[in-house]
Design a protein around this ligand. Structure first.
Ligand code: OGA
Ligand code: NI
Length: 350
């Protein structure tokens, strides 16, 4: 998720979820879901696996991959990317620095703690309202682009290669993002730069490193509450062994499968607006696990907050009227609306 935070109540940064997980057999009340989770074993979501190396040409295979992209994004808002051009050895390094950071002693990690009313840095769920149910999740949230939004004091220097790996990861994902954005446009018969243009001169790039500690009561606590991502596109490196991500499709929850070395790509709400609802920004959540911790890395691409985001002209006609109003800085008030239980994209319906 991405946005500018303005929290109302000071959260207890003195207790990371990791510390709660070590010292308690029952999570504090503010983590317990009021509506319960309804925990039965769920089926897997049918998500297309796309070979990104085939997207950049004009062969028959390219057409097939574009069809898969369109199918994945219009049915559930996801695809899994393979042959994305990022080496397995580099992805292993990303997982490795993530693990090394979260395994540092607590005092060391707290050097990078977010300010109580901020989101950038290491910490637990930011509190926006008093009756908010908290996520069973410690995260390190870092603004990477534009460069003047970097808060270097919360960028880990330990492990020593952390910063370089982060910069390399986001640079590599920028290439992937360009391929995906052009392919999205082509799959809808539009000029290939049309969605990239809406992202403006200075798109925002945010990285979120997630630690989901084991939870003694997985039926009562979520690692991340149901949400849509307010960005344009999300790239997720899942934990290599531990599942947890679930997505909502046609009112039912499904598990998202782990595909080795694939990047999970999901539509953000701003692409739902740009495609006039053809591509769905999926509602998703993360469940907790009694035995095993889970670590993931999510990178969010968000349009420049001065750029106007709107349904592409080429998708609107008599049969397909415009569904969303234009918006600038969609993420600006996302978090407060979200914590009040509103879906911000719904406030833009024509
Ligand atoms: C997110 C998110 C999923 C996961 O960070 O917005 O949905 O599996 N993460 O960590
Ligand atoms: Ni998300």
């Amino acid at each position: 998720m991405a946005g500018i935070a303005s929290a109302t109540t000071a959260p207890s940064l003195d207790k990371a979820v990791e510390e709660l997980a070590m010292n308690t057999s029952s999570p504090p009340e503010k983590y317990i879901l009021k509506e319960g989770l309804g925990g039965s074993e769920l089926p897997y979501l049918d998500i297309p696996v796309l070979d990104l190396s085939l997207l950049n040409s004009s062969t028959h295979e390219t057409e097939e991959e574009l069809k898969k992209l369109r199918l994945g994004f219009s049915s559930c808002g996801y695809f899994q990317a393979i042959n994305h051009g990022i080496d397995t050895s580099f992805l292993d390094e990303v997982h490795d620095v993530t693990r090394k950071f979260f395994k540092l002693p607590m005092e060391e990690k707290k050097k990078y703690a977010r300010d109580v009313d901020d989101i950038d840095g290491y910490g637990n769920d930011t509190v926006y309202s008093e009756n908010q149910t908290l996520d069973w999740n410690d995260r390190l949230w870092l603004n990477v682009k534009p460069e003047d939004k970097r808060k270097m004091k919360v960028w880990p220097e330990n492990p020593t290669n952390f910063r370089q790996i982060l910069l390399d990861l986001t640079a590599k994902l920028e290439n992937v993002n360009e391929i995906v954005f052009k392919a999205m446009a082509k799959s809808l018969g539009l000029e290939e730069d049309c969605f990239l243009k809406q992202c403006g001169e200075n798109p925002i790039v945010i990285a979120r490193f997630n630690l989901y500690p084991p939870c003694p009561t997985p039926d009562l606590v979520l690692a991340a509450k149901a949400h849509g991502d307010p960005c344009a596109m999300t790239y997720l490196l899942q934990d290599k062994e531990v599942e947890g991500l679930q997505a909502l499709k046609d009112g039912k929850w499904y598990k998202v499968r782990i595909v080795p070395d694939a990047i999970v790509v999901n539509v953000g709400e701003q692409v739902e607006i740009m495609t006039n609802g053809l591509f769905k920004g999926p509602i998703h959540r993360v469940t907790t696990n009694r035995e095993r911790e889970r670590m993931t890395i999510a990178v969010f691409f968000t349009p420049d907050p001065t750029s106007e985001v709107k349904p592409a002209e080429g998708l609107i006609n008599e049969k397909n009227p415009k569904l969303y109003k234009s918006i600038i800085d969609y993420t600006g008030n996302y978090f407060q609306l979200f914590q009040q239980g509103k879906r911000p994209i719904d406030t833009l319906k024509v």
